[in-house]
Design a protein. Structure first.
Length: 400
């Protein structure tokens, strides 16, 4: 039912407007596997907090300075407002008035998420997990299946507080990682936010257990003395990455665009080249977001068999300009290496935009190639299906 609802909504809204009608129709109907998404905030949200969700900065002052004059705001007014029975391009303050009728974000999510056209969502649970819907809840609202990926740094921070003997932390961490792959709801992969914990321009080789144990003892002492359990030690971060790689499961790596807690120039995926060489034939490496380094990520995906990328997050934040980013992501990367993601978090408007803006960009980019005779319709059909869902199903070993 949700696929019928989404296709109808996409057609009626005129989302897919490229030069080739058959490409437009496929992009209106194809189901998406969103390989990196977050839940919807499950608590009451005032207008200031909602505005905070529409900018990547963690500074409320930055959201206030930006106001309604961003690409994402223009996209919300264009695409989300009509789904809520408001006119397209409604003024920003009037949109805020219209959405007050929903009080909480969950009812709005139940309206917008089924229109996104997800076949499956792979939910990352590490970011403010207690404030957002679970993978199962997110999938239920979207009308699709749900899987989860687990943040390595969250496992580390949870584990250090549960040990009486910090020297045993290496084995405890391995056991915790293994447990995430077991049970009735096993994780389909892991994620690292190394970019937020110092960046990539460092030694990322595998550390010894002795070095890890010593670092864990130091960290545990800091935590017992009152420090927040936030893992920043280089040795422990490296150990987490290699423990995940040893499972053979996909490892997502945040790269590129992010809030001011990272140094953007230290999150260029090219800085991961030594790690990528060392992990070849061990586990898939998924370069998340990648903007503005998406061309660099495309180079890595073309050079190494186990490297994949997406341009999620950048699509909804760049709004009407996102077509250029999608086009550039398809310049060098093999099409079997590109995955769809939204990286939507908190506000359900972002979940809808992640899907619709990607569909719109692909209809224009691929439709242009078909209309000009550079690609056949069969080429277009195959590549769209690969990026929309088939690559993710293969990499994450998903059913269907």
């Amino acid at each position: 039912m949700s696929s019928e609802l989404s296709a109808q909504a996409i057609r009626e809204a005129g989302v897919c407007d490229g030069l080739d009608p058959s490409v437009n129709e496929l992009l209106a109907t194809v189901g998406l596997v969103d390989h990196h998404i977050h839940g919807v905030v499950n608590e009451r949200v005032d207008e200031a907090s909602f505005l905070d969700m529409l900018i990547e900065s963690d500074r409320r002052s930055a959201a206030q300075a930006a106001g309604f004059d961003t690409q994402v705001w223009h996209a919300i007014r264009r695409w989300c407002a009509p789904q809520m029975r408001s006119p397209a391009h409604i003024a920003g303050p009037d949109y805020l008035v219209a959405r007050r009728a929903y009080e909480r974000l969950i009812p709005m999510a139940k309206l917008l998420l089924p229109r996104a056209g997800f076949d499956r969502v792979i939910v990352e649970t590490g970011f403010l997990g207690g404030r957002v819907t679970s993978p199962a809840e997110t999938g239920e609202m979207a009308g699709c299946a749900a899987s989860r990926v687990v943040r390595l740094e969250s496992i580390a921070e949870r584990t250090i507080g549960a040990l009486s003997d910090a020297a045993s932390w290496p084995d405890a961490f391995r056991a915790a990682v293994a447990s995430e792959l077991a049970g009735g709801d096993p994780a389909v992969g892991f994620k690292t936010i190394l970019a937020y914990r110092g960046g990539f321009d460092r030694d990322l080789s595998r550390p010894s257990d002795e070095a890890v144990a010593a670092a864990a003892v130091r960290w545990a002492g800091e935590v017992r003395a009152g420090a927040k359990a936030r893992v920043t030690d280089e040795t422990l971060l490296r150990f987490g990455i290699w423990t995940a790689v040893d499972t053979g499961r996909p490892l997502q790596v945040h790269t590129g665009f992010g809030d001011p807690d990272l140094d953007l120039h230290r999150s260029d995926p090219l800085l991961l080249t030594d790690l990528i060489r060392a992990t070849e034939e061990r586990a898939p490496i998924l370069l998340l977001h990648t903007y503005p380094f998406h061309r660099n990520a495309g180079y890595l995906a073309s050079m190494f068999p186990h490297v994949y990328l997406d341009v999620g997050e950048a699509v909804h934040y760049t709004g009407a300009a996102s077509e250029a980013i999608v086009r550039e992501s398809m310049e060098l990367a093999p099409f079997t290496k590109l995955l769809f993601s939204s990286d939507a978090w908190g506000a359900p408007e972002l979940h809808l935009l992640g899907s619709w803006l990607w569909r719109r960009a692909m209809s224009r980019v691929v439709g242009d190639w078909v209309a000009r005779g550079d690609w056949s319709r069969a080429d277009a059909d195959r590549v769209i299906r690969l990026v929309a869902s088939e690559n993710a199903r293969r990499v994450y070993r998903l059913p269907g």
